[in-house]
Design a protein around this ligand. Structure first.
Ligand code: SAM
Ligand code: DTB
Ligand code: SF4
Length: 328
């Protein structure tokens, strides 16, 4: 049924079509996603990003999933913006372990212009190591996106998280439109867009379909699409949410790939509670990027040795790495 979609890039998806993709027999859905994936990527290469929290906790926003909000008692220790040399040391370590992109995250609603100047220095330092750069800093102004672009930033991460309908159930301190406005500014500045969402937050099937429609109907698809499985953190409002069926997570990856064939779909937060077999299914469904390193921002991620062993078992290699990656 989807032969022609293998090369076609669409921006006119309807929720009903997306629900129909989700409802396909699992084998048909995964086969279609893998076929689409192979038309655009080497299916055995996975891009490897490492995360660092450069400013931790004490955030004024109330995102119900997030351990870094000042409103919840999650036990995360607040830390001011890191000194540049510490950031560069972390980037060097990530590179030596095999990461090709370094993503720096700050627990801000929005940065001050003086913060941007310090982040630009970090971006320049990381780029000088030969790594790709990504930052996620909250809402930005036009001046700030221009400054980051001029500083050489490759990607900006800003997630829409869920459907517009479900958004206000999870976050009340900013609107969906605020997110879309920042994303438009990032796109217009010429920085690559990294934008995705979180599933397993108690949303329904229509919310998941609408999240993907919102992403795929952007004038240009985000170059990176992180699909996060909620990491439940004690003290946050979403702690205790009913767990999503793992196969529905795999289906979400497959549907995202079919809708955004040329984007890198990232198997993002939540891998620490996924089996190797589930991750293998996600790679088959078209995920070809991961967050790598023992920590995400504040929560645990699989150990690097475990990931390297999994890559070896699956015959996967790192996309675009000039560095030798060795499981031993
Ligand atoms: N403060 C900035 C912002 O919210 O845009 C940047 C950092 S914020 C931690 C980056 C993203 O991490 C969020 O948009 C959300 O998608 C994801 N995230 C945060 N906590 C999470 C959790 N517990 N599980 C899964 N994803 C999470
Ligand atoms: C994204 O989509 N997921 C990452 C990254 N972009 C910034 C963050 C995941 C955070 C998980 C919770 C934590 O470790 O604090
Ligand atoms: Fe703050 Fe970002 Fe966490 Fe929301 S997701 S509370 S904006 S750090």
């Amino acid at each position: 049924m989807l032969d022609s979609t293998a090369t076609q890039i669409r921006h006119d998806w309807h929720v009903d079509e997306v629900l129909a993709l989700y409802a396909l027999p699992f084998n048909d859905l995964l086969f279609t996603a893998q076929t689409v994936h192979r038309a655009h990527f080497n299916p055995n290469e996975v891009q490897i990003s490492s995360l660092l929290s450069i400013k931790t906790g004490a955030c004024s926003e109330d995102c119900g999933y997030c351990p870094q909000s000042a409103r919840y008692d999650s036990g995360v220790k607040s830390e001011a913006l890191m000194p540049i040399d510490e950031v560069l040391n972390a980037a060097k370590l990530a590179q030596s372990q095999g990461a090709t992109r370094f993503c720096m995250g700050a627990a801000w609603r929005k940065p001050k212009d003086s913060d941007i100047e310090r982040v630009v220095k970090m971006v320049q330092g990381v780029k000088a190591l030969g790594m790709e750069t990504c930052v996620t800093l909250g809402m930005l102004t036009d001046t700030q996106t221009a400054r980051l672009k001029e500083g050489g930033l490759d990607y900006y991460n800003h997630n829409i998280d869920t459907s517009e309908d479900y958004y206000s159930e999870v976050i009340t301190t900013r609107t969906y439109q605020d997110r879309l406005d920042t994303l438009e500014r990032v796109r217009e500045s010429g920085i690559n867009v990294c934008c995705g969402g979180i599933v397993g937050m108690g949303e329904n099937a229509v919310d998941r379909a609408k999240l993907l429609v919102q992403l795929a109907n952007m004038p240009k698809h985000p170059e990176s699409v992180p699909i996060n499985m909620l990491v439940q953190v004690e003290g946050t409002p979403l702690m205790g949410t009913d767990k999503l069926d793992p196969l529905l997570f795999v289906r979400t990856i497959a549907v995202a790939k079919i809708m955004m064939p040329k984007s890198r779909v990232r198997l993002s937060a939540g891998r620490n509670s996924m089996s190797d077999e589930m991750q293998a299914l996600c790679f088959f469904a078209g995920a070809n990027s991961i967050f790598y390193g023992d920590k995400l921002l504040t929560t645990d991620n699989p150990m690097t040795n475990h990931d390297l062993a999994l890559f070896e078992r699956l015959g996967l290699t790192s996309a675009g790495s000039s560095h030798h990656i060795d499981a031993h």
